[in-house]
Design a protein around this ligand. Structure first.
Ligand code: HMG
Ligand code: MG
Length: 285
């Protein structure tokens, strides 16, 4: 197949479904993940081993992770906030972990009840466990451009948090426009700064699409050499602790956009559309 490869990390089962008011059944989540795997997504963030008191939509994390049949070439990851989550995720069969930090102190507090520095302390045992089990860890930098509580975030703050995550041993850094309000010029400024510390092959971009700017932001990141992007099937998504955050950029729009630009994703569009159909029934009334 022609074209340079762009990797898509499908986060719909986690970032998408964590924000739906309606709690989707475990069986329906498993059907969705199966359809995504059949469509060719090779990295799927399947669930979050977070506190069910904080995010009840992810309370069935154990059953979801254990319910997905292993498939060659498919990596299933789990979002974890601390050692407790990491232990449970590994026991349930997660093949990759993702920790989540923030470039905004206020968002760190609202989302995880701790400061940015405290979150790094919590991640240390997560990275140690992952090393013991031979798993790689992705580190998110939420609010890398905009914060629902602090507004504009300095690019230097996104770089500093990225450096902390790399120093802890994260193999990949995912900079996130958590509330989907970032503009291409601000994304470009943030990436210019973060790329002084993070090798481009280790950088992923995670855009939400509240302002309809996600694909323009993808273009900016492609121009800077980024080749890993997150998206959620059906444009599901948001964060319960980020008021105003709408869905992630839709996988079906991202795949078509990236392929039109001459890259390949190895995702089968017709099979992907079957997964899109399933998400329609998940939407909160
Ligand atoms: P806390 O209340 O400060 O924690 O929450 P704690 O250590 O005091 O524990 C309180 C209770 O939670 C205890 O249970 C623990 O056992 C339990 P109790 O004794 O009360 O019965 N607990 C857990 N249960 C299950 N799994 C765990 C776990 N840890 C503790 N791992 C904590 C701190 C971090 C746990 C909490 O704030 C939390 O779970 N936050 C998660 C919030 C979240 O999931 N937000 C959405 C994901 S982030 C996001 O969407 C952004 C992203 O998409 C990128 C972007 O767009 O920016 C990644
Ligand atoms: Mg997100």
């Amino acid at each position: 197949m022609a074209g340079e490869k762009v990797t898509i990390v499908e986060v719909g089962p986690r970032d998408g479904l964590q924000n739906e008011k309606r709690i989707v059944s475990t069986g329906d989540k498993l059907v969705l993940i199966e359809l995504l795997a059949r469509a060719g997504f090779r990295r799927i963030e399947a669930t979050a081993f977070v506190s069910p008191k904080w995010v009840p939509q992810m309370a069935d994390h154990d059953a979801v992770m254990r319910g997905i049949p292993p498939r060659p070439g498919l990596t299933l990851s789990a979002l974890v906030p601390n050692e407790q989550g990491a232990r449970a995720a590994i026991e349930a069969g997660a093949q990759e972990l993702a920790v989540f930090a923030s470039a905004s102190e206020t968002f760190a507090r609202k989302n995880t009840n701790c400061t940015i520095s405290e979150s790094m302390q919590r991640f240390k045992p997560v990275l140690a466990l992952a090393r013991t089990h031979g798993l790689s860890v992705r580190g998110y930098v939420s609010c890398a451009v905009e914060c629902p509580y602090e507004d504009a975030i300095q690019p230097s703050a996104a770089r500093w948090v990225s450096e902390q995550l790399l120093d802890l041993g994260c193999a990949e850094i995912a900079v996130a426009d958590t509330i989907g309000r970032a503009t291409p010029d601000r994304v470009d400024a943030m990436l210019a700064e973060v790329l002084t510390s993070v090798p481009v092959a280790q950088l992923a971009c995670h855009f939400h699409d509240t302002s309809g700017q996600a694909l323009a932001n993808v273009d900016v990141a492609l121009g800077r050499g980024v080749r890993i992007f997150d998206s959620a099937i059906g444009g599901l998504g948001g964060c319960p602790y980020a008021p105003g955050a709408a869905g992630n950029v839709a996988s079906e729009r991202l795949v078509r956009h990236i392929e039109k630009a001459g890259f390949r994703t190895d995702v089968d569009s017709a099979a992907m559309d079957l997964a899109v159909d399933v998400t329609i029934s998940f939407r909160s009334a």
